[in-house]
Design a protein around this ligand. Sequence first.
Ligand SMILES: *[C@@H]1O[C@H](CO)[C@@H](O)[C@H](O)[C@H]1NC(C)=O
Length: 347
Amino acid sequence: MIGYHANMSKATIAVIAAVSAGAGAAATAAMFSMRKPEPTPTSTARTPSAPLPVPVPPSQVFASPPPTTTPSPKGRVPGTPSAPVDPAGLFEYGFPGPTADLATRQALISSYDRRTRNPHWVAEHITPSSLSIRDGDRKHSAFLEDPAIPDKFQAKLKDYARSGYDRGHQVPAADCKWSQAAMNDTFYLSNMCPQVGEGFNRDYWAHFEDFCRRLTQRYPSVRVVTGPLYLPKRDVEDGKWYVKYEVIGNPPNVAVPTHFYKVIYAEEQAAPGGKVALGAFVLPNAVIPNAKPLSDFEVPLEAVERASGLEFATKLPAARRKRLCAETSCSVMVKEYADRQKAFAKK
Ligand SMILES: *[C@@H]1O[C@H](CO)[C@@H](O)[C@H](O)[C@H]1NC(C)=O
């Protein structure tokens, strides 16, 4: 198992800085400045999660095709009779993918990564009333291989058995007590990642999930997107950056993420169109002492986007964005040991 290092937060910041390296010094400066106390915020102040005014180097822009330097009169349209080759002929045999298996369940929506046998992301929605209904109990749920995923790409129960890792819910079961069927939805392995159990999944990560639920005391509607990351780490020997992660199962099948993210959308109004307090967090898949402040794991949304290859709020204008940790105190509350044992007795 991965141990906790005293320099974990520095290492995490270094990694996040590295993933943002393409954005240049301005973004890095903005990133570090968000750790300082906020100046008196005004409603029009730019929050750190708003798009940064960073010029994007041309090498990073892939949206439009590169200009054709030598326009060929014959063109390069696939299938043009005059071209000597037809790469698109491959598709006669099938399109390679990638395919992101999208599951739309009552409790959650998830996108599955066939290569790592982990989700890319899992999205949930919690409200004060959804959390007030207590019809589901995890003792009536069982972990399930997801039949919606083709068999050869499925995470299997046997991969997790004796791996030393917990089957870590991305959407927590405790957020879906409003019905047994909804709670059952959270038990598909497509909602799981291998997580360090003691000291992380059963402790700090559980307190972090509880933090998300407590946001409903202030916000009428809270959306959370959760998923794994595989972040590079600098090798002490040669100083280069490598991504290293364990793969569990025999034969090896399920990747063990190095980190996890949550992107939190705390909506000020239950109806669409209101202001949204955004929070992005990256935590290592490792033992984290309860005394560690949650704010140490807050990162700019863009850092999660660069690390995951995903985008989370492209349609949310800057004018409607707030920074969650400027609006509310981002800290975990450590529950009683006995409660914790009860909650995780089934792990
Ligand atoms: C929940 O899952 C359990 C175990 O798989 C099953 O026996 C039960 O019928 C399910 N309940 C509902 C309401 O789907």
